[in-house]
Ligand binder design. Structure first.
Ligand SMILES: Cc1cc2nc3c(=O)[nH]c(=O)nc-3n(C[C@H](O)[C@H](O)[C@H](O)COP(=O)(O)OP(=O)(O)OC[C@H]3O[C@@H](n4cnc5c(N)ncnc54)[C@H](O)[C@@H]3O)c2cc1C
Length: 414
């Protein structure tokens, strides 16, 4: 039963305690907004998440790579946020004692047909202000002795961290700053009440002046709950990883990436040395059978029905069936996955690889079947909706958080 006493109040409530939601709360309480003039008072901020812990979905299930802004079209939000966001992330990790290393990475053209795409990446990177150099096969082997390629880009400012650790630290700072953190709290409904909205959750109602939707894989569902018609829906794409054992652990010094397929918003199977010293290989990109479908056994009839009904997704499937079939085959047959890794590092052996979990990307797709490439935000009187925050959103989270905080601030800071 809803009663006035049971309804908590807040200036800004953030739905979703992944790295983007937590970074937004951090920017709000630190006054790190990009609007001119400071808020007159620190806002009362609440963050809710349906899970018991903070940052358990995309934030904890990724490659842990601090991207440098190489891939993104000049002028895009991804390009704008990635470079400065990476520097903010290195600084935050150094301040907070969270492991992070500026390891550098190589993007490798394994054969001559890849060279025009590598040249285009170099052009984009330079236009985005990314430090990079073009190296030949011999220089590549000096840097990564087991990698093979005809040419590569060396990007010295790329690196690694543990984004789940960043999220946990943000949550601890927010708690100390008096932010109300409500775990195990799922948003179930929204209604308007005079100048506020009331969020009905599994742990009671919250009346809030502004709300921010950072619900990742469920962001389109939350937007519809809030009465908005989102311009795109979420299509969950799983990425599976292997980790290397035995001599496989010695084959990678830092980060080895392929030249990505420009038609696809994913970077391709790469080899990554993580902050704990292990070597991860992945992720592929297969359609997940549920929004949190972390393996082939996890599926949702409602999700599959909604996919089957969606015209845009049928267009998408027609467009990408060949790439999709290849990715599914690589998921089903480990030797095919191994072969993808061997293109970059021929000495990789299947017997040294062991499954290392997966992550599901929240990829927005429009009704005409276009995969949304850039970050996507919409706003109305009460809400800011984050409808597409794929990679490099973990890298750029501290800057994205400032941008969202600025959007969410204006009415109460006035
Ligand atoms: C396989 C993979 C590899 C990646 N690699 C990289 C990388 O190397 N570098 C990089 O920068 N980025 C990478 N990314 C992208 C990055 O992980 C994401 O962009 C980032 O984590 C998005 O954070 P988020 O806070 O938006 O989403 P999430 O971390 O998914 O958080 C959303 C939160 O909302 C909560 N939620 C959902 N619905 C509700 C509800 N109704 N009520 C309450 N709570 C709700 C969920 O429980 C969840 O905790 C990768 C992603 C994947 C999947």
């Amino acid at each position: 039963m809803r009663s006035a006493e049971m309804t908590a109040t807040s200036d800004v409530t953030i739905v979703g305690g992944g790295i983007v939601g937590l970074a937004t709360a951090y920017a709000l309480v630190r006054g790190q907004t990009t609007v001119p003039g400071k808020p007159r008072r620190q806002p009362a901020v609440t963050v809710i998440d349906k899970e018991q812990d903070w940052g358990t979905h995309q934030t904890a299930r990724n490659s842990g790579v601090i991207h440098s802004g190489l891939y993104y079209p000049p002028g895009s939000s991804k390009a704008r946020f990635a470079r400065a966001g990476a520097e903010a992330m290195y600084e935050f990790c150094a301040e907070q004692g969270i492991p992070a290393q500026r390891t550098g990475k190589v993007v490798v053209a394994t054969s001559r047909p890849h060279l025009p795409r590598l040249a285009e990446l170099a052009r984009r990177g330079r236009a985005n202000g990314v430090r990079l150099s073009e190296i030949d096969g011999a220089e590549l082997r000096e840097r990564e002795p087991h990698a093979r390629g005809v040419k590569a880009l060396l990007v010295p400012d790329a690196g690694i961290t543990d984004f789940a650790a960043v999220a946990r630290r943000l949550a601890a700072i927010l708690q100390a700053e008096g932010v109300e953190l409500r775990a195990n709290t799922e948003l179930r409904g929204v209604h308007r009440e005079s100048s506020s909205v009331v969020l009905s959750t599994t742990t009671g109602d919250i009346r809030t002046r502004r709300a921010v939707n950072c619900a990742g894989l469920h962001s389109d569902v939350v937007a519809r709950m809030a009465g908005s018609i989102p311009p795109a829906r979420i299509l969950p794409f799983r990425g599976e990883y292997f980790h290397a054992t035995g001599s496989g652990r010695d084959l990678v010094r830092s980060l080895i990436y392929p030249v990505p397929n420009p038609a696809f918003p994913f970077l391709g199977v790469h080899l990554t040395r993580t902050v704990d010293g292990s070597v991860h290989i992945g992720p592929n990109a297969v359609p997940a059978l549920a929004r949190e479908g972390y393996d082939w056994r996890t599926w949702s009839a409602a999700h599959l029905r909604s996919l089957a009904r969606d015209r845009g997704l049928r267009t998408l499937a027609r467009k990408y069936w060949r790439t999709g079939a290849g990715e599914i085959a690589r998921s089903a047959f480990t030797p095919m996955f191994v072969r993808a890794a061997q293109e970059l590092v021929p000495e990789v052996r299947g017997r040294d690889l062991h499954p290392a979990g997966s992550g599901v990307r929240a990829q927005a797709v429009t009704s005409d079947g276009t995969l949304v490439d850039d970050f996507l935000f919409t706003e109305d009187e009460h809400w800011v909706h984050v409808l597409n925050a794929p990679s490099p959103a973990a890298t750029a989270s501290l800057l994205i958080g400032r941008d969202i905080a600025a959007r969410a601030s204006s009415p109460w800071s006035g």
